[in-house]
Design a protein around this ligand. Structure first.
Ligand code: SAH
Length: 194
């Protein structure tokens, strides 16, 4: 398959991601939230991820500037990356439908925040982050470009590692026993094996 096919596919997947997320971004901006936790840090991490998952991939898609970092990679893996991301979309749509108004880009709680434990949240505590992991890996596979792949995976890993404990501490503080019980029966990114 021609290189242009993979660049086009990656562009479509990134745009589709924004379209899937748009309704939640709009409704989240209308619901009252408490103050953001660790605001500056969170904003920097989200910006870094925006650059890593969208900005740099688009430089790769639209210009030859990153071609130096491209390597030859079996077509199968690049193709697999496309399918993997599309499967991820099913999860992402399910997550947004389940989390609804409780979603937010930064760490915060709504005025009447409820603990969601249904849909993908029944077995996994952070299914949206599962999707981001899928997205980072699939972008690396589809692009077959070292710069795009390493930057995206590193930016996402950094955000995940730095945020995850604070997010769980925030939810533990808010929901107490209910959340600690919920933690016992769920896994962070993949279902807990019983
Ligand atoms: N970490 C989750 C949600 C990401 S959106 C996931 O990966 O699916 C981030 C916001 O979701 C946090 O600010 C928090 O307020 C909220 N949140 C996370 N888990 C939640 C849950 N089980 N129920 C309700 N809100 C939750």
């Amino acid at each position: 398959m021609e290189e242009i096919f993979y660049r086009g596919a990656l562009a479509i997947l990134i745009i589709a991601f924004f379209i899937i997320r748009a309704p939640s971004v709009i409704s989240a901006s209308k619901t009252e939230k408490t103050e953001e936790k660790k605001q500056t840090r969170e904003r920097l991490l989200v910006l870094l991820n925006f650059i890593g998952m969208m900005g740099i991939p688009f430089v790769y898609i639209l210009t030859p500037w990153l071609d130096f970092f491209s390597y030859s990679f079996p077509e199968f893996f690049r193709f697999f990356g496309i399918g993997f991301n599309i499967c991820g979309f099913i999860l992402l749509i399910w997550v947004h439908r389940t989390l609804g108004q409780h979603w937010s880009m930064m760490l915060k709680l709504g005025e009447e925040h409820k603990l969601v434990t249904t849909g993908p949240y029944a077995r996994i505590r952070h299914p949206m982050y599962t999707y981001f992991t899928i997205m980072a890996i699939s972008t690396a596979l589809i692009s077959a470009n070292l710069f795009v792949g390493v930057f995206g995976i590193a930016a996402w890993t950094l955000l995940y590692i730095i945020r995850i404990d604070d997010e769980e501490d925030m939810l533990l503080e808010e929901f107490g026993e209910e959340y600690s019980e919920y933690m016992k029966r769920t896994g962070r990114l993949i279902p807990k094996l019983r």
